[in-house]
Design a protein around this ligand. Sequence first.
Ligand SMILES: Nc1ncnc2c1ncn2[C@@H]1O[C@H](COP(=O)(O)OP(=O)(O)O)[C@@H](O)[C@H]1O
Ligand SMILES: [Mg+2]
Length: 490
Amino acid sequence: MPSMSEIVSEHAELSEAEYAWLKLLVADWQLLADLSFSDLVLWVPNRDENVYWAAAQIRPTTGPTCLVDDVVGDLIAYAPEHLVSEAFLSGQITQTSQGKLQAGIPVAVHAIPVPFRGRVVGVLEQHTSQLGVRMPSTLEKAYLETDALLAGMVTAGQFPVPGDASNQVLGPRVGDGFIRLDGDGNVVYASPNALSAYRRIGLIGDLVDEHLASLSASLMPVSAVPVDDSVRSALSGRDIRRAELVSGEAHMLLRTLPLHEHDKRVGAIVLCRDVSDLRILERELVTKDATIREIHHRVKNNLQTVAALLRMQARRIDSDEAKIALTDAMSRVATIAIVHETLSQAFDEVVEFDKVADGLLRMVGDVATTAAHASTVRIGSFGEVSADVATGLSMVLTELCQNAIEHGLADRQGIVQVVPTSLGERLRVEIIDDGVGLPEAFDPSKSRSLGLSIVRTLVAEMEGTFEIGSNPDGRGTRATFEISLGRPRR
Ligand SMILES: Nc1ncnc2c1ncn2[C@@H]1O[C@H](COP(=O)(O)OP(=O)(O)O)[C@@H](O)[C@H]1O
Ligand SMILES: [Mg+2]
């Protein structure tokens, strides 16, 4: 099905502003469809005005459709007695005599011209099913009466209303709750759903004959005085407004649209929707997010305490071997703390890993037991890494950088390069030092020392590969590992 912009740009001759007006109408025409229980089709004139194209279509949410098939992209050839061309040429609303049959269903059709700055730029065709038309209920009467006023406003260029296209998704819609005000702001009609919504925010009596703004303000908690003011002006029916009434746990979304007839204000529509459940859900999501971040923050604090304890013990112990072991344990714990620190600031389940890596590289340089002259550089970006992979990746990185500094560059000046390469679902990282190189006859796959064991275990857990050997591009050692960033591991 072609889009409205395709049809308009291909067939019609409309200025930017005229097209924008039609788009504004289409953004808000659910209101018209719902109030009239009708299908709507927007027709735009072809360049030579003898043909009209269906540019957009909408079905009512308040009743059955009578346009089962999509009509967008169809065209009407010129016929002088055709409703659409009649409305287009005359600038007046035209209608069929009742009971035209459309696929076996009796349908009443209206055509409403849509002018913009005095020139008709399109025609709204309204198809209303007459099937099972019964004695109209008060609800139907109130809807249809309002629809007639709105249709008149379209013809007079007073609807749609610019500047009110925001938040169409949340509504509220006619079916959510419909209230009709008279010129003084008193309720003439309230649909059952509107009454239910008001009951939820504390209304006990009825809505009809009440002054809606005063009544709504009286339902607000006393403390909400500034809210009170905005509620009054929002519900006065004088201008187009959106507002949200809050009373305890109850939230109600409101939309006010003034109605005009021959340039005289004749009241307003207020649409309302109970959004309490939605707001509760939103709040739960926000608190859940904040809780997760708080937990990361606490875990980080605890790990830093553990690291400090290990450092104190390392200082107090005499055996060199034990000192080194405790220092290593300390830096491993500190590594994990850095990851939690980053996660406590993140809003979602992924981490900008460059920040973590840079923190790690700095720390490795600081705590290395032997090195004094090594510097570390990151060349390239890690990108985003899921929170589940971040800890393992950090540990591997720390172990390999530590080795480069403590073994490769123990007694000389040098540089450790960390080179991440993103391979889509996978990530490759090289750690290259220009130090002394691996000891002769060193077989990394046979080495049982703790550092490389940690590396091998974690890399395997991330569906990865690991190798270490002499640097092919010069002096020193190169360690390479590749891991999967794919599915988060739980
Ligand atoms: N970048 C490197 N340069 C030189 N030797 C290294 C390097 N990386 C690892 N090694 C050698 O591999 C051995 C094992 O490392 P590791 O498992 O981390 O244990 P540890 O660091 O506790 O000695 C080290 O003792 C060292 O001899
Ligand atoms: Mg090591």
